[in-house]
Design a protein around this ligand. Sequence first.
Ligand SMILES: C[S@@+](CC[C@H](N)C(=O)[O-])C[C@H]1O[C@@H](n2cnc3c(N)ncnc32)[C@H](O)[C@@H]1O
Length: 258
Amino acid sequence: MLSYQHAYHAGNLADVHKHALLATALARLTEKPKPLNYIETHAGRGLYDLASAEVRKTGEAAQGIARAEAAGWLAPQHPLGAALAAVRAHHGAGCYPGSPLIAAHFLRPGDSAHLAELHPAEHAALAQVARFARLHAEDGFAVANALIPPTPRRGMLLIDPSYEIKADYDRLPGWIARMAHKWNVGVIALWYPILQDSRHRPMAESLAAAHPGALRSEVRFPPARPGHGMVGSGMFVINPPFGLADEAARLATLFATL
Ligand SMILES: C[S@@+](CC[C@H](N)C(=O)[O-])C[C@H]1O[C@@H](n2cnc3c(N)ncnc32)[C@H](O)[C@@H]1O
């Protein structure tokens, strides 16, 4: 059963953190003229309308991307700033890109992309905007497992689950260890929520112990609503591209001002 819909949360502070790191990683990876593979296990619908009833209902984008841009967090030359400008120029000023369209901004004609999205309505919406990629209406973990290691071997995997199944926290460290073993040069990025009740912590600590060279970027922010459980955002990146740790440090400083 899939009940999570990212439309309510698009452009929130967790998206700003996740997408700033994703865009920075892809900007670095595409500096070299060698082809790469981009794989996503949980793609979402790819494009969100910030004027939609869902976005307005939660107000999370107003506290997220709107606030970040107003405070000057994303200069035009920042990779996420550049991706946002390109997507707005194409799809309209009131939209916000999901991770697939951020990736599309950086991918070049010789690169390949595979996006998995299981929810039928989200998948149908994704198909309208992600013609650059091979789409999979299947379980993203199974899709990635079948594709990894890709050819050519350069590339990035983004794992962005909705954590509707509590068992995700338990199974992710083992699953990621298997992917990292099969694809030792792949950039493997996992997003996770920082939760008031610390449910995420055993997973994050187990990942950090298993992958000592990885980047663990965690930022905190006020809950979107009083009593809301999510109080921050985490990205765990195995084989982080050069410069990603600097961006993580910059984001940590900015989020600390909230
Ligand atoms: C957090 S959202 C993705 C947001 C997107 N990565 C972004 O940053 O714009 C998670 C998505 O995963 C989808 N989903 C849930 N379980 C899935 C599974 N097992 N395989 C593929 N997609 C799944 C949900 O329908 C939802 O659209």
